[in-house]
Design a binder for this molecule. Structure first.
Ligand SMILES: Nc1nc2c(ncn2[C@@H]2O[C@H](COP(=O)(O)OP(=O)(O)OP(=O)(O)O)[C@@H](O)[C@H]2O)c(=O)[nH]1
Length: 450
């Protein structure tokens, strides 16, 4: 019996972790070492006779053909990368070193599986892109779209949603909702026992695979349309607790999510929750900069902004305006006799009554302790301002009952009209203030029961 002189060498080659291949000029495999099974899923026997290009991911064929031309014209490759489809259907990333042997008319290549390295590289780059998107996010919807896009480079996410939970109302809302079969739901109250409820109440992620899904759906006994194949939800957490859920799911025929996917989504959810918190904080700061915290009325600064806008519109002939300066009479006495708390309640009640005296487009502002200014837009007619002034006086007529104290309170009102009493904000405010002061001292109409 003839012994194979290369047998020893072949068995050494079979011990190599990388796979060794020999292919002919048409890329048909003539030799494959044992490691090809670990890397590609096919035994050497199954591989020999196959064409390399048939095993390759179609997108990579063109670039590989170009590389082969180089190798066959005497330029060996050291780090050529391309992708194949493993026997189990998964994509494997390969790095090749290859040379052409003219004597044997064969291309000899060594294949190294770099799938793991590639996966961690793309994970790193996706994580970086996600945090970058979170830092530059101006608009939540755009952020969710961008994150969906980035996560989609790592795993199939045809169904991706961000759901927010309002702790005070118990409502779920759906600011981002992409689903192959379901429309974006209108907000609804959190239903006990649902997957969402579990995540929101425990603050823990929930991963449902096809094995666990059936039992959970039976237990739930609520159908939300087509049942998912795999479902993965992670909590969106703020310092106040769980504020929502980030969810991906697949339908039958789709992928099954795993713990790695869960880790990725948890990272994403931390980034999203930080942005939501940051936006809430910004909104709060913006509100605080514009509104009086006691009465929720616009403050002096915000009134100035509105007044400037109203004046520039009025100057262009589009609008007219007037200002009413209102100061409570003997407010100090309320504080002194009944305490600051009752004084605060009186200011709040005054704010509510003033709001009822004007229309939506007008501005009622609190500009000082017991001083309020109303900007009336679209009607600078003296009669209109006088009518509102009368309405305000009447609004003070029913006494105030605050924590059992009955108070008769009056206000002094000064009116300034544009352009008769001033051309700019400062002039108009000063005029209205002076008019109020005169009214208070009984020097003009509007002076009340002193
Ligand atoms: N309760 C309460 N009092 C305030 C607040 N801000 C200012 N004040 C008080 O409001 C009072 C305003 O003073 P004045 O307008 O001089 O008092 P007044 O008694 O209304 O005087 P006249 O307008 O001349 O009738 C002061 O005693 C301030 O301490 C506040 O937020 N809450």
């Amino acid at each position: 019996m003839e012994s194979n002189p290369h047998a020893a060498l072949t068995s050494f080659i079979d011990l190599m972790m990388d796979a060794v291949f020999a292919v002919d000029a048409h890329a048909n495999i003539v030799f494959a070492s044992a490691s090809c099974e670990r890397i590609f899923g096919y035994t050497p026997k199954e591989m020999v006779g196959k064409n390399m290009f048939d095993l390759m991911l179609p997108e990579d064929r063109e670039i590989t053909r170009n590389s082969v031309v180089g190798v066959m014209s005497g330029h060996p490759q050291f780090h050529f990368e391309n992708r194949y489809v493993h026997k189990n259907g998964q994509v494997v990333n390969i790095m090749w070193s290859a040379r052409w042997s003219p004597a044997d008319q064969l291309r000899i290549g060594v294949a190294r599986d770099i799938t793991e390295r590639k996966r961690s590289e793309s994970l790193q780059s996706a994580l970086y892109s996600i945090s970058e998107a979170a830092h530059t996010a101006e608009d939540l919807l755009k952020l969710f779209q961008r994150i969906h896009e980035i996560v989609g480079t790592l795993l199939p996410v045809d169904n991706f949603s961000v759901t927010l939970y309002d702790n005070e109302t118990g409502q779920l809302s759906f600011p981002y909702h992409v689903d192959e079969f379901l429309q974006t739901p209108d907000p609804f109250a959190l239903i006990p026992g649902t997957f969402y409820a579990e995540i929101i109440h425990t603050g823990l992620p929930l991963l449902l695979t096809p094995e666990t899904m059936v039992a959970r759906l039976q237990e739930l006994r609520i159908s939300f349309g087509m049942n998912p194949f795999s479902w993965l939800g992670v909590p969106l957490k703020s310092h106040k607790g769980t504020i929502g859920v980030l969810m991906v799911k697949s339908y039958p025929g789709g992928v099954c999510y795993n713990e790695q996917d869960q880790e990725l989504l948890q990272f994403v959810s931390t980034q999203i929750a930080t942005v939501i918190e940051r936006q809430k904080m910004q909104a709060r700061l913006q509100y605080m900069a514009k509104y009086d915290p006691l009465t929720d009325l616009p403050n002096r600064g915000f009134l100035h902004d509105r007044l400037k806008d109203a004046l520039s519109a009025a100057r262009q002939g589009k609008d007219q305006l007037s200002l009413l300066y209102i100061d409570l009479d003997k407010f100090k006495q309320v504080n002194d006799t009944l305490g600051h708390g009752i004084g605060d309640l009186l200011l709040q009640e005054t704010a509510s009554r003033l709001r009822l005296c004007v229309s939506e487009s007008d501005t009622v502002a609190r500009v000082g302790g017991d001083e309020f200014v109303i900007l009336l837009q679209g009607a600078s007619l003296p009669e209109h301002a006088a009518q509102v002034s009368e309405k305000i006086r009447n609004a003070f007529n029913p006494h105030f009952t605050l924590e059992g104290h009955r108070l008769n309170i009056a206000a002094s009102i000064g009116i300034a009209l544009y352009p008769e009493h001033g051309n700019d904000a400062r002039q108009l405010l000063e005029y209205a203030d002076r008019a109020m002061y005169l009214a208070k001292n009984g020097n003009a109409q509007g002076r009340n029961n002193d």
